[in-house]
Design a protein around this ligand. Structure first.
Ligand code: NAD
Length: 348
């Protein structure tokens, strides 16, 4: 076990990044965590309140963008950062269809800035969090780390651009990079535009939930704390320059997930509304992750899917203040109206 390290978690005020901060602070009592986050619509200081209270002496927050070289270098130098774990990203596929430019800024150019800073200040390791979506869609079988990178949306192509830079930096300059690729995450503190918190927050209020097309798209679901333990395992045990899939065999169609949510919340099927598919041809049919490489190194998921989903739904029921503030925000209202307005009509 590494002793007394300082980890810079970029994008740590978002969903997975904040859960990773919790994971590190709980599991490595001698580590410090420093967060750099631009606090975009998806980043929320209320997501970090419990951490700031519980781990005050081992946690530091800095506002700022990963594209800002001065800020990134200043933090790495001042905090004597050993490791960087990069979660910072524009992360929502649907938004990438409306505004692809911001995805290039953060998910491509921002990664470049981090890589250069890591090289300049001899940071020991950088783990770049990528996604299974860089592989595109697969009809049968599962993506391995050797599968071709064939992204289909502005989001997944910008993520591919970021991780390919990490690979190239390693080969060209010897920068100590690692990449992880995980499926769809669920858990506490997820911004309520993503399927599970979007549907749960609407169902609690007896609002209809929009299913794209037939709802037969398959996603490989992973509980966020399993993703976090996988990332931490890669940080400490992965081979530099390598990419690792993280998955827990959680394949379900969007309809199957929706039926489970209805059942857990005791809501009627009549709240399902099938709409046209706003992603059109860019809507990947199926993702499926083969995580046997990481499992072969000794990592394994700790959570059973149904229990983790139940726990997640309960969290949104018990923490309505957190998501109701977001749902009431002008940005959220504008996005839902712009993206779903024409489909949901009076059910909006
Ligand atoms: N959510 C998933 O299911 C999933 C699955 C696999 C991989 N990922 C990847 O994991 C990472 C985290 O995803 P998430 O769901 O937590 O996203 P999120 O949208 O909840 O959080 C992203 C965070 O990054 C911050 N941010 C955005 N632009 C920034 C910038 N330029 N500089 C600094 N901070 C910035 C935001 O303020 C926010 O706090 C992303 O890289 C995403 O591509 C997500």
């Amino acid at each position: 076990m590494s002793k007394g390290k300082t980890i810079l978690v970029t994008g740590g005020a978002g969903f997975i990044g904040s859960n990773y901060c919790r994971y590190v602070l709980e599991n490595h009592p001698d580590y410090r965590v420093v967060v750099l986050d631009a606090l975009t619509y998806a980043g929320n200081l209320s997501t970090l309140v419990d951490i700031q209270q519980k781990y005050a002496g081992r946690f530091q927050f800095y506002p700022g963008k990963i594209q800002d070289e001065t800020v990134v270098c200043g933090i790495i130098r001042a905090e004597k950062v050993n490791y960087v774990v990069n979660f910072a990203a524009e992360s929502h596929n649907d938004r990438s269809i409306l505004d692809p430019g911001s995805f290039i800024q953060t998910d491509v150019y921002g990664v470049f800035t981090l890589l250069d800073a890591v090289k300049r200040f001899d940071v020991e390791r950088l783990v770049h969090i990528s996604t299974d979506e860089v592989y595109g869609t697969i009809d049968s079988g599962s993506f391995t780390e050797q599968s071709p990178i064939e992204p289909n949306t502005p989001y997944s192509s910008s993520k591919a651009g970021g991780e390919l830079q990490a690979r190239a930096h390693r080969i060209t300059y010897g920068t100590p990079t690692l990449v992880t690729r995980c499926g769809n995450n669920f858990g506490p503190f997820q911004y309520p535009e993503k399927l599970i918190p979007f549907f749960v927050s609407r169902l609690i209020d007896d609002k209809k939930v929009p299913i794209y097309g037939s709802g037969q798209q398959v996603r490989d679901w992973v509980f966020v704390m399993d993703h976090c333990s996988g990332i931490d395992f890669v940080l400490h045990n992965g081979a530099l320059g390598e990419a690792y899939n993280i998955g827990s065999d959680g394949e379900l169609t969007n309809m199957e997930i929706t039926h489970r949510l209805l059942k857990l919340l005791d809501k009627p099927e009549s709240l399902i509304k099938h709409i046209g598919d706003p992603r059109g041809g860019a809507h990947d049919k199926r993702y499926s992750i083969d995580a046997s490489r990481l499992k072969g190194l000794g990592w394994k998921p700790a959570y059973e899917f149904e229990e983790a989903l139940e726990r997640t739904v309960k969290w949104y029921v018990d923490n309505q203040g957190w998501w109701r503030d977001i749902v009431a925000s002008p940005d959220y209202q504008a996005f839902v109206a712009r993206f779903y307005g024409k489909y949901l009509g009076e059910d909006l």
